[in-house]
Design a protein around this ligand. Structure first.
Ligand code: EPU
Length: 415
């Protein structure tokens, strides 16, 4: 799929199934490097990043098989502790194999991820945290190589609650000697999912979901079965689409308790949302009202929601000011929305969005996963055709976005 064509749509109606979370499953797959044997993951989204992570595990000597929503990972006695550039470059989450490989094998060689379309993606906090546990690193030829003679638990205070650094430390701490404490840890639901997975494997992790995570290292872990948490960002995408088109939808399998601040914000924009026995129910009747939005680490509003909310604000009633606090360069999609007639001015990490009555469909480009999804959302409320190129970015993180939106009555076609 390289292009998506979106025509004016709505109101949306019906039920849509929310897939497993990309940002959880990739880390669970990385955690399968921690123990020999057969793992089974359920509710695994069929997305390109999962395919890349599977390819990464396979280059290490593991085998990965998909049957529907189930992924089986076989970890043989010997694997290679190396993540090549070709794969880490495609999927930056590949860096989370560093912690578990070091903990298990005392060595790891992982390609440096480099920047991407929303700015630099440094890994200094990952490395400093692992160094506190006794690892030593050197960087050359685009790779970081780590060594340790056995990691030793320590207290690590993260400068910022980085999701990836917290995950690398969790997966290293579970096999380190003694106690590791991660302070100012990231609190995302995907971190709690990883901790639950590790505990099921035999680890002793306490406090995941809070700012202080305590890990008592164990000698050995064992393979397990696990169901991946639902994807709150995918759920947010359908809510943003509803905000633009109006209608009434049910997000089957969504976890409203993972999306409190978002639901509060959308409520402020005029949407009605409530938990439903099947997940989450939402209704939008009138044009949304503008609100101000600031992104923050969880439980604040996720940076990944922002492009979706900006697409809503572009056609909302009034003026909204948004502030992006996580990735300063994450506004490239704004230029694409402007091509569609949106009235948006950006200044450093702020944007001022004056809602217009209607956007106007245009050829636009998806620069990353969420930017691409935001353009699809914007296209639903634009006159004429919106043709989104480089739509392969969307497939990295969304299972069948086009099919799911079509099922809700939207006019969206992939080619
Ligand atoms: N940072 C550093 N040094 C580090 C690590 C992070 O300066 O060593 C900075 C980053 O540059 C950024 C901030 O800390 O400014 C937060 O980065 P974090 O480490 O939390 O992000 P991440 O682990 O690289 C994950 C998600 C992103 C999501 C962010 C923030 C995955 C695979 N990715 O990235 O999701 O935006 O957390 O919530 O879990 C997406 O799904 O499209 C996506 C980009």
């Amino acid at each position: 799929m390289d292009r998506i064509t979106v025509r004016p749509s709505g109101p949306l109606s019906g039920r849509v199934a929310i897939s497993g979370a990309k940002n959880s499953v990739l880390k669970l797959m990385a955690a399968t490097t921690l123990a020999e044997g057969r793992f089974r993951l359920d509710n695994v989204p069929d997305i390109a990043d999962v395919t890349w992570m599977a390819a990464l595990l396979e280059t290490m000597g593991m085998s990965v098989e998909r049957a529907g929503q189930t992924l089986t990972v076989d970890h043989p006695p010997d694997i290679t502790a190396e993540a090549p550039y070709e794969l880490v470059e495609k999927m930056r989450a590949g860096i989370v194999v560093l912690g578990p490989l070091l903990a298990r094998f005392g060595r790891a060689r992982v390609a440096l991820p480099g920047g991407d379309d929303f700015g630099p993606r440094p890994i200094d906090m990952h490395l400093r945290g692992l160094e506190a546990l006794g690892a030593r690193f050197e960087s050359s030829h685009g790779y970081v190589t780590g060594h340790s003679d056995g990691l030793i638990g320590a207290r690590v205070v993260l400068e910022f609650p980085s999701v990836g650094a917290t995950e690398n430390l969790l997966m290293a701490g579970v096999l380190a000697k003694g106690t590791t404490i991660v302070d100012n840890a990231a609190r995302e639901p995907e971190i709690s999912d990883l901790a639950a997975f590790l505990n099921r494997m035999g680890a002793h992790v306490l406090g995941a979901g809070s700012s202080t995570i305590t890990i008592e290292g164990v000698e050995q872990l064992a393979p397990v079965e696990h169901v991946v948490v639902p994807d709150r960002i995918e759920a947010a995408t359908f809510l943003a689409a509803l905000g633009v088109t109006g209608g009434e939808i049910t997000l089957v399998g969504a976890r409203p308790d993972h999306m409190d601040v978002l639901c509060e914000k959308l409520g402020g924009m005029g949407m009605r949302i409530s938990p439903d026995p099947d997940g989450l129910w939402a209704m939008a009747r009138d044009r949304a009202h503008s609100v101000d939005v600031t992104t923050l680490p969880y439980p604040g509003l996720a940076t990944d929601y922002l492009p979706l909310l900006v697409a809503m604000l572009a056609v909302a009633d009034g003026v909204g000011i948004v502030t992006e606090n996580l990735f300063a360069g994450r506004f490239r999609y704004v230029d694409e929305l402007t091509r569609m007639g949106a009235d948006i001015r950006t200044e450093s990490h702020h944007a001022v969005i004056r809602g217009v009555a209607r956007l106007s469909g245009a050829p636009v480009r998806a620069h990353d996963i969420r930017a691409g999804a935001a353009l699809v959302v914007a296209g639903l409320g634009a006159d004429g055709e919106t043709v989104i190129s480089d739509a392969h970015h969307i497939e990295r993180g969304y299972e069948d976005l086009v099919g799911k939106l079509t099922g809700l009555g939207a006019d969206v076609v992939a080619d």
